[in-house]
Design a protein around this ligand. Structure first.
Ligand code: MSP
Length: 515
């Protein structure tokens, strides 16, 4: 083993009944940012994403388009993989629940649950929503136009069939204890309160198998039954870590997972059912479930029927990859709902990226290129303003790390950009151009200090805008092996005398094309 600390982060696995949209891109992107951050901070990271391919919903969707389930799965799963690559996500594994390794893991955990007396055979009679792949109690249903519907608005149907049950009701106390662990296990707090009151309201045993369709993993020893798709889906996180081989290096290294990132709609599955299944199978529950909010489009709920689904491929083509990555992570406090609007995107691109950071880099590096023979100047004696700015630059990682550890990605970015604005103020106030003739040393000092800030900022923003950060670091001639967070700070200051490249704007302004 490497001896490095480890970090295991997962996205939900995506249903293949739908094509990828901005919501999916968002979850994967947030995980990518956190995974990249931890790698740069010296961790051995495993970042998992993939597709959820079983269940009645997928079976029905395939039939509706005249395909076999596996044909549909192959096609749509590929599209999700392409999206992750296109968004420059650095996942280490892409799991498909139709893989053999996953069937083995699911059947193993089932057997373990049975062995532990956590599963029994009975009859289910109740409401089921195929769209949500969820069972609902009568009391949870709403009535719209005299029709009963799920709290999510999804249609429900009455189901009566033989079913295996999981003894969820036995896990109330352990779950309530888990929510109160010292390190928060469910974030944001509002979501923790939501699941907590759901559990406090009393848990009923959960139906975990169905006999009315075939597209799924058979229950070991009774293949009339197909496992409930959520047991199957959640187990993906174990499969990828190497389960059922709990002695494998990867399982020992990466389980329990550090973060399951999910959308707010699937918190109950991750923060109630999943830890209960795991504890019941003598497996440690994850360290944290973080639920982010949902995006609307120009104020409207995103839906296929409204026809306002945002295609991530399209917006990246229009605005640029790093620009979209930055916008999605900065615009909305991570955990809250957010509204996607083109104007908000353009504002962020032009003000934060082009004006604040882009201009600072372009102006200072161009001056070095033109007025210092294209080499990094040697700083003269530092003034107090120089010392203050360098001291602040050296400390910034501390705040950024603290926010990232709480998944407050927007706040981490705010800290960095506040510092960028502050440096802009320094640059404007010190007026390096005014010393071109009178005091080249002073000019060089100001330019050196500004470039050093850019070095540190570029290192810090690699998780968010990896391509642009690399471009800045390349221009500054920072070797690839000197771009980790351990290279922030005073010990790795820019080397004077190094020839820099002719700077080329990293963050162009967005100018709307006349249509
Ligand atoms: N297959 C299940 C997850 C199983 S995990 C063991 C599933 N899949 S999904 O494709 O429907 O949704 C995947 C994720 O996309 C969810 O976390 C969901 O919250 C997220 N989003 C879907 N639409 C969204 C928005 N409009 N905005 C933000 N995220 C949204 O659920």
């Amino acid at each position: 083993m490497s001896g490095k600390p480890t970090f295991y982060i997962t996205t939900p696995i995506y249903y293949v009944n739908d094509i990828p949209h901005i919501g999916h891109a968002y979850t994967t992107l947030a995980c990518d940012v956190l995974a990249r951050f931890k790698r740069l901070d010296g961790y051995d990271v495993m970042f998992l994403t993939g597709t959820d391919e079983h269940g009645q919903k997928v079976e029905k969707s395939a039939a509706a388009v005249g395909k076999t389930p596996i044909e549909l799965c192959d096609e749509v799963s590929t599209r999700f993989r392409e999206l992750a690559d296109f968004m420059n996500c650095s996942h280490d594994d892409f799991i498909r629940t139709t893989e053999e390794r996953h069937k083995i893991a699911c059947q193993a955990i089932w057997k373990k649950l049975e062995e532990n007396g956590q599963i029994y055979l009975d009859k289910y009679a109740g409401w089921y929503s195929v769209r949500d792949e969820a069972f609902y109690a009568e009391t949870e249903l709403l009535e719209i136009n005299n029709e009963k519907v799920a709290p999510t608005g999804a249609p429900v149907e009455w189901v009566e069939e033989e079913s295996y049950f999981f003894r969820l009701s036995a896990w109330e106390d352990r779950l309530l204890e888990w929510y109160e662990s010292i390190e928060p296990t469910v974030l944001p707090k509002s979501r923790k309160n939501e699941v907590k009151s759901f559990v406090e309201g009393g848990l009923r045993d959960l139906s975990v198998s169905r006999t009315s369709f075939k597209w799924g993993i058979p229950v070991p020893g009774n293949d009339k039954h197909i496992m409930y798709v959520w047991i199957d889906a959640l187990t993906n996180y174990l499969t990828a870590a190497g389960y059922p081989d709990t002695e494998s290096e990867s399982f020992k290294k990466f389980w329990p997972a550090d973060i399951h990132m999910v959308g707010k709609d699937i918190v109950r599955f991750h923060a109630v059912y999943w830890p209960a299944f795991l504890m019941a199978a003598d497996i440690e529950p994850p360290k944290r479930v973080f639920a982010h909010g949902w995006w609307t489009n120009e104020g409207q709920k995103i839906s296929k029927s409204v026809g306002n689904v945002i295609d991530p491929f399209e917006i990246v083509d229009e605005f640029g990859l790093d620009q979209v990555r930055y916008f999605l992570m900065r615009e909305v406090p991570f955990g809250n709902d957010g509204d996607f609007s083109k104007q908000a995107m353009i504002n962020r691109i032009n003000s934060d990226l082009a004006n604040d950071l882009g201009n600072l880099a372009q102006r200072s590096l161009s001056m070095i290129f033109k007025n210092c023979d294209g080499v990094m100047p040697s700083p003269g004696t530092y003034h107090e303003t120089d010392n203050t700015i360098l001291e602040n630059a050296d400390k910034i990682i501390l705040d950024v790390r603290e926010y990232m550890d709480k998944q407050e990605i927007h706040n981490a970015l705010k800290v960095i950009w506040t510092f960028v604005s502050y440096t802009n103020g320094y640059f404007a106030g010190e007026e390096p151009w005014s010393y071109k003739v009178t005091n080249k040393i002073r000019m060089g000092t100001i330019l050196y200090v500004t470039a050093e800030v850019i070095r540190q900022v570029a290192i810090l923003i690699q998780p968010i805008v990896p391509n642009s950060a690399a471009k800045l670091l390349d221009q500054l001639k920072i070797p690839e092996d000197k771009r980790m967070f351990e290279h922030l700070g005073e010990d790795y200051r820019l080397e004077s005398g190094v020839k820099i490249d002719k700077p080329d704007g990293v963050f162009p302004r967005y100018i709307a094309e006349d249509k």
